[in-house]
Design a protein around this ligand. Structure first.
Ligand code: B16
Ligand code: MG
Length: 214
């Protein structure tokens, strides 16, 4: 029986993917990489900040030291953080708030499991913090998805065994991470049909039968 649901953040509870994309594109252009596009950005879903930077840099020819890479990632994060200032509860994805409310009513625990180090700030801005029992994010982990660490930390914070948890994810790396951690999976988002989740839905408002999943 599912006793806790762990939600990925970007692409599941809120759509920050466009803001990530704009910030990476700005950085890429400044580095003379003009052909960084949405297809490249798709590969950055659920992937850590430094791994996302590599996806940008592989489009260029210049080599950077680790120190330079850290500075570039920080620059992108500054652009991204500026754009987060416009984020509001209106940016919560369809059905997300209702799903959290329904789970609380049923006595199912809820957590976020996100690669983002900006997760706490984002959750404050979109006002979902009161509906979540625990947060596990980029600040808690050293290994990124598909390593299961972020979800195992979430389960541990909830005080639950992995097999009693369901993970809701929109990325291939995230579904794989949940599987690696021994959790059940609900795939959502535009790629939901291709991610191999135990269950799938276009978004959280189109989940047909929560009873079957829980
Ligand atoms: P940050 P998620 C992920 O969030 C994003 O999908 C991914 O594009 C981003 O690189 C990663 O967070 C790290 O974010 O730079 O804010 O620490 O899908 O795991 O909620
Ligand atoms: Mg995601």
């Amino acid at each position: 029986m599912i006793r806790g649901v762990i939600f990925d953040l970007d692409g599941v509870l809120v759509s920050t993917d466009e803001l990530h994309y704009q910030a990476w594109k700005r950085l890429a252009n400044e580095l003379g990489i003009m052909d960084f596009g949405r297809k490249d950005n798709e590969r950055q879903r659920g992937v850590s900040r430094m791994a996302s930077l590599e996806i940008v840099l592989e489009k260029g020819t210049k080599k950077y030291t680790d120190e330079e890479k850290r500075a570039l990632a920080e620059k992108k994060n500054d652009y991204y953080k500026k754009s987060l200032q416009s984020l509001s509860p209106e940016d919560v994805l369809p059905g997300a708030k209702e799903a959290l409310e329904m789970l609380r009513e049923r006595g199912v625990l809820t957590a976020v499991g996100s690669a983002s180090k900006n997760a706490p700030e984002i959750l404050e801005r979109i006002e979902l913090m009161p509906l979540l029992d625990k947060i596990s994010c980029g600040l808690d982990i050293t290994r990124s998805k598909p390593d299961p660490e972020v979800f195992l930390v979430a389960a541990e914070k909830l005080g639950l065994a992995p097999e009693d948890c369901l993970v809701v994810e929109d990325s291939a790396a995230g579904i794989q991470a949940a599987r690696n951690g021994g959790m059940k999976t609900l795939a959502v988002g535009p790629l939901s049909g291709q991610l191999g989740g135990d269950f799938e839905a276009r978004n959280l408002s189109s989940v047909e039968n929560w009873d079957e999943i829980l």
